[in-house]
Design a protein around this ligand. Structure first.
Ligand SMILES: Nc1nc2c(ncn2[C@@H]2O[C@H](COP(=O)(O)OP(=O)(O)O)[C@@H](O)[C@H]2O)c(=O)[nH]1
Ligand SMILES: [Mg+2]
Length: 369
């Protein structure tokens, strides 16, 4: 049997000299949203930044206590989260389609879909197919059904599964900077802890100490186990140690945070591929879940990023964050059509409960309600 060599322990003294290239050192030319603010070490506003301990010099496994009750965990509401989208392009679309079966202005329908981030080619296809439908009672029903047909079936009860009883389920969270990876991990950790699972968070975003601290806080809040190395350490080593700890402790779910990276930086994409290989070697046949966290406000620009991430690490799911902050929620259709990978969750706010399991039918209903 092949044994993957255990990586060397990180040395904190060499931290500055060995720090990897800044994952986000270059401006994101393709991003329509300025994520530069996320470069600043930042902690969630609802937690106490003062109590953050420095990241440990040596790999550590901390076992935290039971989940702390949080005041802001009320389940988010999809219709409310989609308020901007429903009031934005969808409201105009619904108005246009209300005119009955004989919609004359299909060009405007197409334009509205494009404006809502569905994408040019896909919008044209939807309109063409909706127009050709003879079975739909109204134009609205035709468009609604064509949009619904684009979505990949996804059970809202989906959760990461163990491949075997002695292996943890592994979730690797990837994406560009500031999309909501760490926040989503906090929300997921809370969800799975509330469901009674043991969860271990792996701080494989080692680029900034603040990133490790941010994850540690989420870990403490939800009563997760936590594995971190010193800032600047090899993220694959963190993943390796996290899996080791999880196997030894029979942990149900490991969630690994990663540094935001631009899809155009091949060395950083290679680093991600290495993390993926470590998981595959340490847990043969485990088929980790690789969730791409996409900021809905980046719109069509996010699709090119997603493609490269998919080629590099093989995405198995999408988390679409900040749907509450965009009037163009049509990106959901575009991303699934681009990747053929299901959206698993949508983020509709910054609170713990603001991560909603994705239900395609409910999503389309909310858009047209
Ligand atoms: N409005 C809104 N903000 C979000 C959502 N998800 C994350 N955020 C915010 O996005 C910012 C970046 O999140 P973070 O998790 O640090 O991103 P990361 O760099 O990908 O780890 C933070 O201010 C989060 O509170 C969401 O669904 N809605
Ligand atoms: Mg982060």
């Amino acid at each position: 049997m092949f044994h993957f060599r255990k990586p060397k322990q990180p040395e904190i003294e060499a931290e500055a000299a060995q720090a990897p290239e800044a994952p986000e050192a270059e401006p994101e030319a393709e991003q329509s949203v300025d994520h530069s603010a996320v470069e600043v070490p930042r902690v969630e506003s609802s937690v106490e930044p003062a109590v953050v301990e420095p990241a440990p010099a040596r790999p550590s496994v901390d076992v935290a206590g039971p989940p702390a009750p949080a005041a802001d965990e009320t389940p988010g509401d999809l219709a409310e989260g989609l308020q901007k989208t429903r009031g934005g392009f969808m409201s105009r679309l619904r108005g246009l389609l209300k005119s009955g079966p004989a919609v004359a202005d299909w060009d405007s329908v197409e334009e509205l879909l494009i404006g809502g981030d569905v994408g040019g080619a896909l919008a044209a296809e939807v309109v063409e197919r909706a127009r050709a439908r003879k079975d739909a009672p109204t134009a609205e029903a035709a468009v609604r059904e064509e949009l619904a047909a684009l979505l990949i079936p996804s059970d809202p009860r989906w959760r990461p599964a163990r491949a075997t009883a002695d292996q943890p389920a592994v979730l690797l969270m990837v994406g560009v900077n500031g999309t909501g990876k760490t926040t989503t991990i906090g929300k997921l950790a809370h969800r799975y802890r509330a469901e009674g699972s043991s969860v271990l968070l792996a701080a494989a975003d080692t680029f900034r100490a603040a990133a490790i601290d941010q994850l540690r806080i989420w870990s403490d809040r939800s009563g997760c186990q936590f594995v971190a190395h010193a800032p600047g350490a090899d993220p694959a080593a963190v993943v390796y140690d996290a899996i080791d700890a999880a196997v030894a402790r029979h942990v149900d779910i490991v969630i690994a945070d990663t540094a935001g990276r631009l899809h155009t930086k091949s060395n950083l994409m290679d680093e991600l591929a290495k993390m993926r290989r470590v998981i595959d070697r340490r847990l043969p046949g485990a088929a980790p879940e690789v969730l791409f966290v996409l900021d809905a406000t980046t719109g069509q620009n996010g699709l090119a990023q997603a493609r490269v991430f998919h080629e590099t690490v093989g995405l198995t799911g999408i988390v679409l964050t900040k749907l509450d902050s965009t009037a163009k929620g049509g990106i959901v259709f575009a991303i699934e059509d681009t990747l053929h990978v299901p959206v698993r969750f949508v983020g509709v706010g910054e609170k713990l409960g603001d991560l909603i399991p994705f239900d395609p039918a409910a999503f389309v209903s909310a858009l047209f309600a």
